[in-house]
Ligand binder design. Sequence first.
Ligand SMILES: [Zn+2]
Length: 227
Amino acid sequence: MESREDEEVIGLFGFEEPLADWSPRKFMFALVCVTDRVHVMKIAANTVAAFEYTLTNAKGDVLDSSNGMPPLEYLHGANNIIPGLERELEGLVAGDEKKVVVEPAAGYGERDERLIAAVPRDRFETDDMIEVGMKFHAQTPEGVRVMTVIAVADDTVTLDGNHPMAGETLYFQVRVAAVREATQEELNHGHPHREGGCCGGHGHGECDGHHHGDGECDGKGSCGHHH
Ligand SMILES: [Zn+2]
């Protein structure tokens, strides 16, 4: 019981009697305090972790990066990020760096050729030129899906409903910036709240179509009636 942390706790809480005179209860209390102080929070369920990342494909092209943005925060265990990455972040602590390789099945899925469809041009409710690379939202039995135009002919437009990163093996270089306990509100919402507000993050889609009522996500970091 000679460690520096003990001395700090004794000082901090004003325990002045010799250690031998402490009641078992006080001793336990001090022990809990010491444990708290030296405890380094690991990424686990119900923690909010923030990490910096660079994502490259097999060829080494950078597909995405947190460079120039605040570290990406997510609620661990809430499907905020792809499962293959979430799994590998578990147990890390602030300052840890790791290379994570995510196979398509644990990332954005395999490419599915059935999600490619030629659609008559007159089905599009737009007078604008339809060009390769444009994206449309299509209502499907599984919900709204983003469809990318991959070919345009005289009377048909070919759409691809695969995620742009489907079929890619993803190479992440991550560095954990911070780990903290999630608040009850964050657990209820299933995502972190940056700077105390709902949906105030940087547009990673966390405001899309779930249990937030209309008008809650105003893009200014506040969340309607919650705050
Ligand atoms: Zn929220």
